[in-house]
Design a binder for this molecule. Structure first.
Ligand SMILES: *Cc1c(COP(=O)(O)O)cnc(C)c1O
Length: 404
């Protein structure tokens, strides 16, 4: 790279940082001078979390003990925290419940969707096929295979763009990732949801790589069911519980394949027969993991007074700027962006194909630039607009150029 290019991009970064209205939010996190571009795998620690966790452990558990299930609001935490996530994914209250892992929620949502589709239909016909995103994060595919076997369905992997052609009268449900974890490509949620509905089938969207990074619009686009994790762009901490969205008008028909006592209409009635509770609570299973759940609740405080539209605008500006720096600094042909250039098709990460990606990333991490590597040849750089700035983005591209 020429010195003048690097000086001008550094100057541009400084100007962008100076104009960045979200820049002060970085102080809401515990960070240091490493360039942290892995918030799409594990979000950084929000400053308010340690004190809250300490309080939950020492006072709520240590002193109040079992009284905390009611007095500290432990019992209702899954619905309460679901309502805090709701505005970030465009959902009205009462449709999201927090708990379990994304994998488990994929199972609940997909089997629930197939059961809805297989209810006695007004028109004759059988729905005995599940379509799954052929490029899905692996766990969704494994769970879909098992769900298909359990429900007597065939499982058909389909590239998301081909779903409108593939979905048909035998399709029960379609499981899609909103943003591809490997390439960072965002799929067209409104159009794909509409295509699935036109065929009379149900959608299950996995929002792991979109929630907290860009507007999802679950209610606006009529999504049926959705799941997502909270430890990526929602910064809930390692293994923080996932969430399940069931659209309000479908809740009474949601027949969970994991009907635990927490989703019973009368959980403390200790009845031998199961009767599903109304509302989002129907997505619960067993006793919630309170420590992780309340850490997540405190982590969500960083969103107070932040709009997801502002986050999206910055995410696109950051990823544009990173791609510009990479193009300027990295020798021609050394890396190849696989993340779409078009904003309408981009999530909040930049993925670069590089034959020796594993070794390159190990060296970058040694230099304090933290991204990650996905086999066999992908460098991933995640951009969390709440705490990533432009100067460090330029620094990451410069370090990448040095290491390749
Ligand atoms: C991160 C991720 C998961 C993770 O599932 P867990 O059950 O939390 O391990 C699932 N699906 C997608 C698309 C992901 O990106």
């Amino acid at each position: 790279m020429s010195e003048s290019t690097s000086l001008s991009l550094a100057a541009k970064a400084a100007a962008l940082d100076a104009a960045d209205e979200l820049a002060p939010l970085r102080d809401r996190f515990t960070l240091d001078d490493t360039v942290y571009l892995d918030g799409n795998s594990l979000g950084a620690l929000p400053r308010g979390v340690p004190a809250r966790v300490e309080d939950v452990v020492r006072r709520e558990w240590g002193e109040l003990r079992i009284r905390s299930w009611t007095e500290s609001g432990w019992w209702t935490a899954p619905e309460r925290i679901g309502d805090r996530i709701a505005p970030l994914v465009g959902a009205a209250p009462g449709q999201i419940v927090v708990g379990d892992s994304t994998s488990v929620n994929v199972f609940k949502a997909l089997v629930g969707a197939v059961r809805m589709a297989q209810e006695p239909l007004p028109a004759p016909g059988v729905r005995d096929e599940i379509l799954v995103d052929a490029t899905t994060f692996p766990t969704d595919g494994y769970i879909a295979e098992s769900a298909a076997r359990m429900t007597g369905c065939a499982l058909r992997p389909v590239a998301p763009a081909d779903v409108p052609r593939a979905v048909g009268p035998r399709t029960a449900a379609v499981l899609l990732n909103h943003v591809d974890y490997r390439t960072g490509r965002m799929h067209d949620l409104p159009a794909l949801t509409a295509a699935v509905h036109a065929a009379g089938a149900y959608t299950v969207w996995d929002l792991c790589h979109s929630a907290g990074a860009l507007p999802v619009g679950l209610d606006a686009h009529g999504v049926d069911l959705a799941v997502g994790c909270t430890y990526k762009f929602l910064n809930g901490g390692p293994g923080s519980p996932a969430y399940l969205y069931v659209r309000r008008d479908l809740q009474s028909r949601f027949d969970s394949p994991l009907p635990g006592w927490n989703s019973h209409t009368e959980p403390f009635g200790m009845r031998p027969d199961y009767e599903a509770a109304p509302g989002a609570v129907r997505g619960r299973v067993g006793t919630p993991d309170i420590l992780s759940m309340l850490a997540l609740e405190a982590a969500l405080d960083v969103w107070d007074d932040v709009t997801i539209d502002a986050v999206r605008a910055k995410s696109l500006a950051l990823t544009d700027f990173f791609l510009e720096c990479v193009a300027a600094y990295v020798p021609e042909g050394r890396v190849e962006p696989v993340t779409p250039a078009a904003h309408a098709e981009r999530g909040s990460q930049v993925a670069l194909r590089c034959p020796d990606a594993g070794e390159v990333m190990a060296r970058l991490i040694g230099k304090g630039v933290i991204g990650d590597y996905r086999a066999p040849d992908t460098l991933r750089f995640g951009f969390t607009p709440l705490y990533v700035g432009y100067a460090e983005t330029e620094r990451a591209a410069r370090a990448l150029a040095d290491e390749v």
